[in-house]
Design a protein around this ligand. Structure first.
Ligand SMILES: [Zn+2]
Length: 144
């Protein structure tokens, strides 16, 4: 990995973890728990590019839910706890364990999309036309 790639990876990690704007690092990325802002309040970054879709849920399931499930099964097998107690431990553990990482994962995906300029394959022309139309509309509408 080159120094440039290392610094980009570090920027993605920090922006996602703190929920900061990946361009100016001052504005907030989220306007609520998991809802992305329309625009950055500092640098006016348009967040319409951000489309993490089911990514946060997928990564939360893969990297948190499955290990937790194995832990719960191990708990049952090793300690032979009563089944209601296992459920009383497992349900809050799985719920909290899967929900807490959603926000940083979503932040990492959005920051990664911005810093890697990722768009869906084959839609580059469509995106550039949409942004050109938007810029044209901005120029035509004088600011108040
Ligand atoms: Zn910003």
């Amino acid at each position: 990995m080159t120094d440039h790639e290392n610094s980009k990876t570090r920027e993605i990690f920090i922006a996602g973890w703190k929920g900061h704007c990946p361009r100016c690092r001052q504005g907030r990325m989220f306007c609520s728990w998991l809802k992305i802002q329309d625009r950055c309040e500092f640098c006016d970054l348009d967040y319409r590019f951000a489309a993490p879709d089911d990514g946060p849920a997928f990564f939360s399931l893969c990297f948190v839910a499955f290990p937790l499930l194995f832990f719960v099964v191990w708990l049952q097998v090793a300690l032979e706890l009563p089944v209601p107690l296992v459920f009383a431990i497992a349900i809050p553990l799985m719920g909290i364990g899967c929900l807490l990482p959603l926000r940083p994962i979503k932040g990492w995906l959005v920051a990664s999309q911005y810093l890697n300029q990722a768009v869906e394959a084959g839609t580059e022309k469509l995106w550039s036309e949409m942004h050109a139309r938007e810029d044209e509309a901005k120029r035509d509408t004088p600011d108040s």
